[in-house]
Design a protein around this ligand. Sequence first.
Ligand code: ATP
Ligand code: MG
Ligand code: FE
Length: 337
Amino acid sequence: MLVLGIESSCDETGVALYHSERGLLAHRLHSQIAMHTEYGGVVPELASRDHIRRVLPLTESCLAEAGATLDELDAIAFTQGPGLAGALLVGASVANALGFALQKPVIGVHHLEGHLLSPLLAEPRPAFPFVALLVSGGHTQLMAVRGIGEYELLGETVDDAAGEAFDKSAKLLGLGYPGGPALSKLADQGDAKRFKLPRPMLHSGDLDFSFSGLKTAVLNLVQQQSPLDDTTRADICAAFQEAIVEVLTKKCLAALKQTGMQRLVIAGGVGANRQLRAGLDDAAARRRYQVFYPPLALCTDNGAMIAYAGAMRLKHARHDYSYGAKPRWPLDSLPVA
Ligand code: ATP
Ligand code: MG
Ligand code: FE
């Protein structure tokens, strides 16, 4: 079965073709980061307009790469939510229109389920059940995953998401938007021991997180050390990254212990962080847990994870061409596949 996947929930237009026997045949991405940079964040109206410009050319280029035609599609999957309403509507409208024109079934995919299943696009693939850490720009959640649609929330952030903490701290350090990758790069040159930052909720006894205090601690440091020289900036980055990696790693271990599960799966943009991967690999190896990651290019938003999640939920595809967007859509309301 050949599934077209369309992602347009935020500032990335992603399109991909996934075949249930042959795997990922093609994927294309257009990031709007450069367009939003001068505003210091995503401008929703600009995002929607740019998705409109990109989605069909990306689709054509995917089909060309896969040597496939629209007629050969078995279903069209798109990100129905959560995300920016106007941006989501672009994906929904394109999926509705393509489905109607081709008389193919359409399926609305939950963006976080896409992230959550993206490690299944890598080899080796994790088997169910597993503990999943979803660390993205908008979410930080630990989940027990027993199958597609069988998600039990174990803990989550009570304020900022980990990616958001990276981005906000990066902004305070003058590293632009979204600064997560830039902060991480600079951290590699810094001394993590020069400044001591808090490890929020490390000993809270539950699986929840809090990152807004960490960002405030970075703000205080920046003010204290101002004007920042390059060394100090790198040292603050290193201290920040070490704090966040330690909290994420320890809470993952606690979740594995609590559930008795052996496999840990990381998903979402912060899963691209090298220090986090190294910390998790190291901690897991010492306890004989296995850790799985998405392919590096599929950590942040992309169409491949949407095509894949759609393929896993083919029986929910419908000849319905009136899908709307679901800007707010709780993950635990999904049916079991
Ligand atoms: P959500 O999926 O929760 O709606 P999102 O789609 O914006 O949020 P993703 O695309 O999964 O989130 O990830 C983007 C986030 O990942 C940003 O906050 C970005 O800074 C962060 N990020 C990407 N690469 C790295 C890295 N190497 N180190 C740290 N953070 C990173
Ligand atoms: Mg993004
Ligand atoms: Fe995302």
